[in-house]
Design a protein around this ligand. Structure first.
Ligand SMILES: C[S@@+](CC[C@H](N)C(=O)[O-])C[C@H]1O[C@@H](n2cnc3c(N)ncnc32)[C@H](O)[C@@H]1O
Length: 184
């Protein structure tokens, strides 16, 4: 008798993670075609509503971020980090997709030297940084909505932040997935 292949099948974590990263690699160009104008190249926007860090100051005041060591996870093309860099912060942008970071390099090439940011390819669940390395960490729609085990991201951020450091993240509401990926 034929066994149906339709239904739930357990996928080992490593395979699921590789598949998700491959999706971002394969869709990076289309993602930036669709969202690039809204996101800008050196703009820090927290979500589709258009709230910017310049308005919200969730990571600290204009003076407060100067010289602060700030980590971005799931940075994509690192638009937010580029903006923070121009404010005087010491920023590192990380993402696990090589193609998304390649887009960051394209933007960096076009940016002035005060806007360029160090880029590191890393999974937000396994960060290549020592304990207590950063004053603050953030992600704007990166990493968290795309993993089944977001608690691992929070644990890694807690590890790499200095005691009392700040972690700010924005995520999509689950209902958002019903709608087209259109910033409007
Ligand atoms: C919607 S984009 C957000 C990035 C940027 N803020 C933007 O608006 O374009 C999501 C990003 O999260 C990254 N990402 C997803 N899962 C990740 C993980 N486990 N670790 C690191 N980055 C991840 C993807 O590669 C992608 O660049």
């Amino acid at each position: 008798m034929n066994q149906s292949r339709i239904g739930y099948e357990h996928v080992p974590e490593q395979d699921a993670s590789r598949a998700a990263r491959t999706w971002w690699d394969e869709n990076a160009a289309e993602y930036h075609d669709d969202n690039g104008a809204f996101l800008g190249e050196s703009r820090f926007v927290w979500g589709p509503e258009g709230l910017t860090e310049d308005q919200a100051r969730l990571l600290g005041s204009r003076e407060g971020v100067v010289d602060k060591k700030i980590l971005e996870v799931g940075s994509g093309a690192a638009q937010c980090s580029r903006w923070l860099r121009a404010q005087g912060a010491r920023v590192v942008a990380t993402d696990y997709s090589h193609a998304m970071l390649e887009q960051a390099l394209i933007y960096d090439d076009r940016a002035s030297s005060q806007h360029r940011v160090p880029l590191i390819q890393a999974d937000a669940r396994e960060l290549p940084f020592a304990d207590s390395s950063f004053d603050a960490a953030f992600t704007s729609f990166g990493a968290i909505p795309f993993v089944p085990d977001a608690e691992r991201i929070h644990a890694e951020i807690a590890r790499v932040l200095r005691p009392g450091g700040r972690w700010v993240c924005s995520v999509t509401h689950p209902a958002r997935w019903m709608f087209p990926d259109d910033p409007t």
